[in-house]
Write a protein that binds this ligand. Sequence first.
Ligand code: NAD
Length: 533
Amino acid sequence: MKPLFRTTASAARTLSRPRFQPSTLPSLCIRPTSTMSHSVPKLNDPSLLKTDAAYVNGEWVKAKSGKTFEVHDPSSGKLIGSAPEFDAADTQKAIDAAAVAFPSFKAKTGRERSKLLRKWYDLMVENAEDIAKLITWENGKPLADAKGEAAYAASFFEWFSEEAPRVYGDTIPASVAGNRVVTIKEPVGVCGLITPWNFPAAMITRKIGPALAAGCTVVAKSPGETPFTSLALAALAHRAGIPKGVVNIVSALKNTAEVGELLTTSPIIKKVSFTGSTGVGKLLMKQSSSTLKKLSFELGGNAPFIVFDDADLDVAVAGAIASKFRSSGQTCVCANRLFIQAGIYDKFAQAFAAKVKDFKVGGGYTEGVTHGPLIHDRAISKVDAHVRDAEKKGGKVIQGGQKMPELGPNFFQPTVITGMTTEMALASEETFGPVAGLFKFSTEEEVVKIANSAEVGLAGYFFSKDIQRVFRVAEALEVGMVGVNTGLISDAAAPFGGVKKSGFGREGSKYGIAEYQVTKMITYGGMGQPLQK
Ligand code: NAD
């Protein structure tokens, strides 16, 4: 089979070799698509698929060891290509390049940095279709969702191109006569960025946008499962004329811990921004303590999604579908525990399950597919374990509940379970998959207490038409973000981040740039002398 892209010879050979054989179609109601859905995309600009090289100091470089790791399509299991396995020595070169680039990038005016970000944004919009195809290819999400992500990712460059020229300090009335106090905002320095696979484009632009707007230079470690989208963004950065060394994108899979350790312990790096699991966040924080870095951590969630009796049922069902099943449940703000008040529970469960039954599961490129695969077999095992655990403890699967081997090893039926209790694993662990467990509750006080019992606090949602309750519950939930009568809250204009073990720091919005700045205070003494005659 002729390869469609510039991949390695071995990659090209393997492109035609499936890792599993399709068997029969499932008997359950959720509609699977045929295996035709596992097609390979044709990019408008094939040069955007960068294999075997990472982007350092404005150049495409291989790992010194020559080692690479393979990246597979989660829908089909087929090889997409390979990416360089960087080690600490390779990454150090990227850090050094970012350090050399920092003084001159810091010295640019906000307006100059704004124009660079705007150019990068324009190129992302121009190439949005290819970016979306790459996202679907390596992440598996349906193409329509991937297009949404490409636009969302680009919006951070647009937003922060507008923030870059609007960085202000303060003039502060001093307590000491004759003193004048002002503050200026300075870029913190070289930043290490680590992002996950679930939004291969948006998680990285949400960090690079504000970093560059502030005047920082960056070394970003792309996710092992989805390096090619980040590398395509690097190709666009190059075309946009981002000066060499300002943006460096490295890749690693086996060497991830080694690269992570360097990013968190290097004295050159002044800030680490990480999005990923709480467990890895704790490790990175510990490692960063040796150099006391500025940190922002966007970690795991376990979002409560509460529907009160007085909610608009249709709005609540639509919100739950969007919040729970977006990207097949693999977002950090996905509803994880759905609490439905007793008076509306049965109606909600019925209407919700009916919508889920209509999903079309399959490969992301197939027209009409609404839900794709999970990222890998470990994700499938966790989801399956949560469903089996709930069943064992008395939960009733009213929709889905099974793996879909006929589509591939990474597919799981979108699932609805009723009769959930707090003893079940799903109540305390982030499922990160297409399983909605419905818990019944009686009072507002009770549900807020259970919702807040989680160790993490990223997003929370609730549905109600009672205006007093709306204010009360929004303020009572221990989370960083609340959706009231909506299941979708992400927006470049809005501050994104959590509390408790979901981390700290905010991304996007007018607050996002501050994570990459330090406030310098300057006191001018002996000022305000009488005018000379
Ligand atoms: P993960 O923590 O395993 O990995 C995230 C990133 O960290 C990856 O790029 C991975 O390669 C890297 N990594 C892993 N171990 C590392 C180490 N020792 N040193 C340096 N880097 C290391 O998380 P995941 O399973 O890939 O992603 C899912 C998790 O991310 C979920 O918990 C989800 O809630 C969370 N998430 C949070 C947000 C948010 O904004 N709060 C957004 C998306 C995902």
